[in-house]
Write a protein that binds this ligand. Structure first.
Ligand SMILES: *[C@@H]1O[C@H](CO)[C@@H](O)[C@H](O)[C@H]1NC(C)=O
Ligand SMILES: *[C@@H]1O[C@H](CO)[C@@H](O)[C@H](O)[C@H]1NC(C)=O
Ligand SMILES: *[C@@H]1O[C@H](CO)[C@@H](O)[C@H](O)[C@H]1NC(C)=O
Ligand SMILES: *[C@@H]1O[C@H](CO)[C@@H](O)[C@H](O)[C@H]1NC(C)=O
Ligand SMILES: *[C@@H]1O[C@H](CO)[C@@H](O)[C@H](O)[C@H]1NC(C)=O
Ligand SMILES: *[C@@H]1O[C@H](CO)[C@@H](O)[C@H](O)[C@H]1NC(C)=O
Ligand SMILES: *[C@@H]1O[C@H](CO)[C@@H](O)[C@H](O)[C@H]1NC(C)=O
Ligand SMILES: [Ca+2]
Length: 364
């Protein structure tokens, strides 16, 4: 065989990698409400299942090993949040609220009710000028216009984040001699994944989500061939699917050898990024890092001027920043290791192993 051709074939053989999975799905054949299922998954795995694409969807379906099951929870839920962007942790709904037909909240006698966002009501802005930190706006506006008004003239529509703030606002409303409904900054945003993933993949059955009866805030999949999704009340009890992340970002600042020890002791290894698919998954994870770069399982075999993955592979797929990884390292200096930038182009850079960075462990 022609020697060049032989070399090319050898390289292809060395560089082809089997498809890697980012997460593994675990079907739990116990009937639980969505919130109970979420607690189970968070304690025993990573979270209720997140689905990024059709590939994940097929993996998830494969994990369901009981043909008799019809409905299965995944981790997608409608969420209430504050106009300021904060998640709604403290809740003070009146009995029977939210009814679920509507997506904006008013305060009435201190408690909350959901109302149609297009209603015209007075409202309360948060403000830095007044000593109460509150401004009552005696103009009737729909929720969106009230929000714009507050943002332009003050800070935002008011948030009610704890009992104390709730009492202050109640007193403020009392002092303004108001008794009708006033808008607060609470609204129901779109769907969110339980693990905070920003996956925008959706696979609704036709006609769904329809929010029938007004309280369908959680997502189940039909356990049929298609596995399409339906919104449904969070309180029904059905089996569910958890997922276990294969890549774990550790937000501690350690040197490369320390990071390696941490991963090998607690998981499997520092991550090896031998494909574009893996790089995409790593990019998704490092966005949450607190350091500018994040250690990978990439080390320099200086005498040979070669970079290798801890998993043993030579570096075939490459994503180096310009000037990194290609020029020979100075072998008499500190050993260098590979990291991925957590922002920008998220390319790989070569750094002395004594730098202290966040890192990514993999679990096999
Ligand atoms: C985690 O799994 C164990 C064993 O299946 C179970 O007993 C426990 O209740 C689970 N944790 C939660 C929070 O449900
Ligand atoms: C409630 O908030 C006010 C003003 O921020 C503060 O002075 C007071 O200590 C708080 N009370 C409690 C119980 O947190
Ligand atoms: C508001 O006023 C009513 C009566 O005017 C009173 O009963 C209530 O305790 C007041 N609430 C607050 C939080 O001040
Ligand atoms: C790690 O370093 C970054 C950047 O220097 C810093 O913002 C972060 O707080 C550090 N994290 C820990 C856990 O020390
Ligand atoms: C393993 O994880 C635990 C808990 O996060 C940590 O205290 C320990 O230091 C880790 N092991 C190593 C070798 O870093
Ligand atoms: C490696 O890339 C970083 C980021 O782009 C750059 O600042 C640095 O100069 C590069 N290293 C070399 C040796 O060119
Ligand atoms: C490598 O680093 C050493 C120590 O700083 C220096 O003396 C030597 O000139 C460097 N070699 C090259 C090729 O840059
Ligand atoms: Ca539905």
């Amino acid at each position: 065989m022609d020697q060049t051709l032989y070399l090319i074939l050898l390289l292809i053989a060395l560089c082809s990698v089997s498809e890697c999975v980012q997460r593994q799905y675990h079907f739990i054949n116990e009937r639980k409400t969505w919130t109970e299922a979420q607690r189970f998954c968070r304690e025993n795995y990573t979270d209720l299942a997140t689905v990024d694409n059709m590939n994940d969807m097929n993996e998830l379906k494969k994990s369901v090993n009981d043909g008799g099951v019809q409905y299965i929870w995944i981790g997608l839920q409608r969420k209430w949040q504050w106009s300021s962007g904060e998640p709604a942790l403290y809740l003070n709904w009146a009995d029977g609220q939210p009814e679920g037909r509507d997506y904006c909240a008013v305060m009435r006698n201190g408690e909350w009710h959901d109302e149609s966002c297009s209603d015209s009501l007075t409202f309360i802005c948060s403000s830095s000028n007044m000593n109460t930190g509150l401004v009552f706006v005696n103009q009737m506006k729909n929720w969106r216009d009230a929000q714009s008004y507050c943002r332009q003239n003050h800070i935002d529509l008011v948030s009610v984040r704890n009992q104390n703030e709730s009492q202050q606002i109640q007193k403020f409303i009392n002092d303004s001699h108001r008794s009708d409904d006033v808008w607060i900054g609470l609204f129901r945003d779109s769907w969110q994944w339980s693990d905070q993933s920003d996956s925008s993949f959706r696979y609704w059955a036709s006609g769904e989500p329809n929010n029938r009866g007004g309280n369908e805030d959680c997502t189940m999949i039909y356990s049929n061939a298609l596995g399409q999704w339906n919104d449904i009340s969070c309180n029904i009890q059905i089996p569910f699917v958890c997922h276990e992340d294969k890549l774990i970002l550790i937000k501690e600042n350690l040197t490369w050898p320390e990071a390696l020890r941490h991963c090998r002791q607690n998981y499997t290894d520092l991550v090896s990024v031998h494909s574009e698919e893996m790089q995409r998954r790593v990019m998704n994870v490092v966005k949450r890092a607190s350091t500018e770069a994040v250690w990978l399982g990439l080390h320099n075999y200086c005498q040979m001027n070669m970079w290798l993955w801890l998993s043993g592979e030579i570096v075939c797929y490459q994503n180096w920043a310009p000037g990194n990884g290609t020029t020979p390292e100075n072998c008499s200096l500190t050993k260098r290791k590979g990291a991925v930038q957590s922002g920008g182009d998220q390319r790989w850079i070569s750094l002395p192993e004594t730098h202290k960075l966040n890192f990514i462990c993999s679990r096999s």
